[in-house]
Ligand binder design. Structure first.
Ligand SMILES: [Zn+2]
Length: 220
C-alpha cells in the first residue's frame, strides 16, 4: 500500500488482556503515523484537562466506580474528532461491548468511515497467564519487567532506579482468570459482531510481539 494511503488507516484493535494490544498499538501508530487512542489515556487526559466530560468522569473515578459505557463512548468520539485522528487512528481498548461497537458504527457512518479495519490479536489462556503472571513493576519509576521474558538484572530490583518491584493485583493468576471471563462475556461478542461485517484480520498473538507486528504491517 502507498504511504499516503497508509496514513489514512482507521483501525480498531481487539484482543484479550495480555495479547499485547498496548504494545502493538503503540508500534503500529509509530510505524504508520496514526493517532494512538487508548481509553485509559483519554480518561486520564480528560480529567487532567478538566473538560466537561472529564468532570463527569472524575465524579465516578473519585468514588471508585466504573465510568459508564456511554460516557466512555462520548470521550472516544470527542477524541476521534481531533485533527490528528482525522488523518488516521488506531483505537486500543475500545469498543468493549456490543453497545459501544454499535455507537461507534453510528459515528463512523456519519463521518463516512466505511473502510475501517479491525485487527484481532488472539492469544491462548496459557500464554496470557504466563505473560501477565510474570509481570513485575517498579514501585518508583513504573518500569515494567518480566520474570522470564525480561528479568531485572538484580533479583527483584529495578534496573533503572534500584527500587523494589511488585506484582499488580490485576496480574495475579486468579485476577487474570477473572479478567478473562469478563472479557469473554462482554468483548468476545464484539469480535463476532465485526466478523459478521467481514472486517476482522486475525493474528496469532501467542508469538513474539516483533513477529506479530511484522505480519500485521504486511497484512495491512
Ligand atoms: Zn525503577
Amino acid at each position: 500500500m502507498e504511504k499516503t494511503q497508509m496514513a489514512m488507516l482507521k483501525l480498531v484493535l481487539l484482543g484479550p488482556p495480555g495479547a499485547g494490544k498496548g504494545t502493538q498499538a503503540k508500534s503500529l501508530s509509530e510505524e504508520l503515523g496514526l493517532a494512538h487512542i487508548s481509553t485509559g489515556d483519554i480518561l486520564r487526559q480528560a480529567i487532567q484537562l478538566d473538560s466537561a466530560l472529564g468532570k463527569e468522569a472524575k465524579h465516578y473515578v473519585d468514588k471508585g466506580e466504573l465510568v459508564p459505557d456511554g460516557l466512555v463512548t462520548k470521550m472516544v468520539i470527542e477524541r476521534l474528532k481531533r485533527p490528528d485522528a482525522k488523518r488516521g487512528f488506531i483505537l486500543d481498548g475500545f469498543p468493549r461491548n456490543i453497545k459501544q461497537a454499535e455507537d461507534l458504527d453510528s459515528f463512523f457512518a456519519q463521518e463516512g468511515y466505511s473502510d475501517y479495519k479491525v485487527i484481532y490479536l488472539d492469544a491462548t489462556e496459557k500464554t496470557i497467564i504466563q505473560r501477565l503472571g510474570g509481570r513485575m513493576i517498579c514501585k518508583k519509576c513504573q518500569a515494567v519487567f518480566h520474570m522470564t521474558n525480561m528479568p531485572p538484572k538484580e533479583g527483584s530490583r529495578c534496573d533503572f532506579c534500584k527500587s523494589e518491584l511488585y506484582q499488580r493485583q490485576d496480574d495475579r493468576e486468579e485476577t487474570v482468570k477473572y479478567r478473562l471471563s469478563v472479557y469473554a462475556q462482554a468483548t468476545k461478542p464484539v469480535v463476532e459482531y465485526y466478523a459478521r461485517q467481514g472486517r476482522i484480520m486475525e493474528f496469532d498473538a501467542d508469538r513474539e510481539s516483533s513477529v506479530v507486528l511484522k505480519e500485521m504491517l504486511q497484512g495491512l
